[in-house]
Design a protein around this ligand. Structure first.
Ligand code: PRT
Ligand code: ZN
Length: 297
């Protein structure tokens, strides 16, 4: 950690599955940036925040050593490195980010018998995640040989290197193309916003809090809708009961119609046509639904 630093650093994947969504989230949190000539940094233009572009595997280490205060990385990478690390400290998860969903799963060639986890006993399992797989095997009391590979795990059975694999899966197409059958889930993963376990220097703490709050705000707005309507005052209680609202609606008095009110309610993504029709039946009119861009709690 450099105590003289007055700009916060956030690490994101330089080029890969998480890159675009990570940068998009930062833009939606209000950060605008320009690239450095060597393309390793994005300089924040309107906030004292710089984006470090790195391999995803480097992000937990950068957070641990304090070279970056925040990072966006798959839970799979974070948990694997936590298990591999000897130290007690590890980066803290601030929030899940809603992209990069996948699962670390065990798969076997379709022709091999599967009768539950015990079928893996004595087998060789190829993986890039020895820490997570090892933990799962211990939890299930299974002795198997873990074969560590850094890539192309799914072809290990065909090469005779292993009888099973433990790899990331999203659609399952890669497993199917290699005639592998998914049998167990070791970890459900998603990209997360992680924070360095080191205390932030005072100059950076406020910036960090504000960036995390903004990111939470963007995520909180995801799928949220603002419902606006007018209704008879007498129907208010029933309307409030029906709304899939996140909090109590705001009710405004109308000077020109004392028996009517205007109502605003922040609703989740479950607000649908059935709700609107039911509200109309209760006497609501002038209904409007707007998508919410940001929420700052
Ligand atoms: O270069 P760098 O080290 O930064 O990138 P990388 O190649 O290590 O990572 P990358 O970009 O492939 O993945 C980054 C992160 O995206 C992972 O750590 C996961 O958190 C997340 N993620 C989400 C995935 C997948 N989905 C995924 N499907 N990571 C990898 N895969 C691979 C999987 O390994 C397998 O080869 O996609 C294949 C399976 O996909 P399906 O759709 O056929 O099931
Ligand atoms: Zn990687």
């Amino acid at each position: 950690m450099n105590p003289s630093r007055d700009r916060l650093r956030i690490a994101v994947q330089k080029s890969g599955r998480l890159s675009e969504a990570s940068l998009d989230l930062l833009r939606r949190a209000g950060l605008s940036f320009r690239a450095s000539r060597d393309k390793l940094f994005l300089y924040g233009e309107n906030l004292p925040v710089d984006v470090l572009l790195v391999r995803d595997d480097d992000i937990p280490g950068l957070l641990l050593e304090g070279s970056c205060e925040l990072g966006m990385v798959g839970r799979n990478v974070l948990d694997e490195q936590r298990l591999a690390g000897a130290g007690a400290v590890s980066p803290q998860v601030c929030t899940a980010l809603g992209f990069g969903q996948c699962r670390l799963a065990i798969a076997m060639p379709a022709e091999l018998p599967w009768d539950g986890p015990a079928s893996l006993a004595g087998r060789r399992i190829a993986t890039s995640y020895p820490g997570l797989l090892g933990q799962w095997l211990r939890e299930h009391g299974i002795e198997a040989e873990v074969v560590v590979l850094n890539g192309s795990v799914e072809i290990a059975p065909r090469l005779g290197k292993a009888e099973a694999v433990c790899d990331l899966v999203s659609t399952g197409a890669t497993l199917a193309a290699n005639q592998l059958r998914e049998v167990e889930t070791v970890l459900e993963s998603v990209a997360v916003l992680a924070q360095s376990p080191r205390p932030l220097p005072p100059a950076l703490a406020g910036i960090g809090d504000s960036l995390v709050a903004r990111i939470r705000g963007v995520l909180g707005g995801d799928g949220a809708r603002l419902l606006m309507l007018r209704a008879p005052r007498s129907a208010l209680a029933e309307i409030a009961r029906l709304l899939p609202a996140r909090e109590a609606p705001s009710v405004l008095r109308l000077d020109d119609a004392p028996d009517q009110v205007a109502l605003q309610a922040l609703c989740g993504r479950s607000l649908d046509w059935q709700h609107l029709e039911a509200l109309k039946r209760l006497g609501a009119h002038g209904l409007m639904v707007l998508n919410v861009e940001q929420v700052l709690a």
